[in-house]
Design a protein around this ligand. Structure first.
Ligand SMILES: NC(=O)c1ccc[n+]([C@@H]2O[C@H](COP(=O)([O-])OP(=O)(O)OC[C@H]3O[C@@H](n4cnc5c(N)ncnc54)[C@H](OP(=O)(O)O)[C@@H]3O)[C@@H](O)[C@H]2O)c1
Length: 263
């Protein structure tokens, strides 16, 4: 597609990714034409970011790219219900096959922004890697063009790379987040403020991107401080779920740094 022609974009979804894509497209002169939002209560929040908010597939006009920013499990079924022709239909999932939205009348692709999105947070999109794939060269060129307008970090991907990154992202983001929430929960029960941990959380994240991960691991399991571990387990006695998680991670770290003591 020529750079001068306005690319017509539509989005299906009223969730986190739909919201952030709509927002960043709008602020980069790619305002979506339509966004399909099922939930009535959410439609107003999408109005600034498209020409019209719609709520049924029948209202969908022809467009160049249709983004399916919906639950992974909905992508395949939804793509079969779309009546458009000659449209590039892309999903935004890290874990689905690239051709999950493939159909006979349209081309397909993937547009996977590797970041954790919530509506209340506004990460700098220009820093976010967007992993793109497409079923044909023209579609890939179009995705390159669009991705290049919203981020300086466009990555050509394949299923293996994207799915591997998605698993890694679950570990570094979703699981870390769950551990932060677990810690907060524990401290609440002990009537101690979680805010005391904020500098530690920030330094841990900085260390993860700035230093060698193997070298910079700390803690009782790394040091082989078994008395400390025993004391922690005693203090966690009232929290059986937390004890399980503590034991699994302690054993993982201990095995890594003291393999000879795990035989
Ligand atoms: N959140 C992230 O950090 C992130 C990052 C990168 C990629 N992704 C991927 O992006 C996609 C969307 O994730 P999300 O976090 O935005 O999910 P989400 O916040 O849960 O939103 C999903 C949206 O899809 C809508 N939806 C589901 N089935 C639909 C259908 N058949 N027709 C129309 N709308 C439908 C839901 O509508 P209702 O509310 O009416 O059910 C909801 O608005 C997923 O593939 C996810 O893996 C997510």
């Amino acid at each position: 597609m020529e750079q001068s022609k306005k690319i017509k974009i539509a989005i299906i979804g009223g969730g986190n990714v739909a919201y952030h894509l709509a927002r960043v497209f709008t602020s980069n002169a790619l305002k979506p034409d339509q966004i399909l939002v099922r939930n009535k209560l959410l439609r107003e929040s999408f109005e600034p970011f498209c020409n019209s908010v719609i709520h049924t597939l029948q209202q969908l006009n022809s467009c160049d790219i249709l983004f399916l920013a919906v639950n992974d499990d909905a992508v395949s079924e939804l793509s079969k219900q779309i009546k458009l022709k000659n449209t590039l239909i892309v999903h935004t999932s890290g874990s689905l096959n690239a051709d999950a939205a493939a159909s006979t009348d349209n081309s397909y692709g993937v547009f996977y922004p590797l970041q954790t999105f919530s509506k209340a947070r506004f990460p700098d999109f220009n820093e976010i890697p967007v992993f793109i794939q497409a079923g044909d060269d023209n579609s890939l060129e179009l995705l390159k063009l669009v991705a290049g307008k919203i981020t300086k970090n466009v990555q050509l991907s394949d299923d293996h790379i994207r799915k591997s990154l998605h698993i890694a992202a679950v570990f570094v983001s979703n699981f870390s987040h769950a551990l932060f929430a677990l810690a907060e929960d524990f401290l609440k029960a002990e009537t101690v403020s979680f805010a005391h941990l904020h500098p530690l959380i920030k330094e841990t994240a900085s260390k993860a991107v700035e230093t060698d991960l193997y070298q910079s691991q700390t803690g009782p399991a790394r040091r082989n401080d078994f008395r400390t571990i025993e004391n922690h387990l005693k203090m966690l006695a009232q929290h059986p779920e937390k004890i399980e998680i503590y034991k699994i991670l302690t054993s993982y770290i201990h095995h890594k740094y003291h393999p000879d003591k795990n035989e």
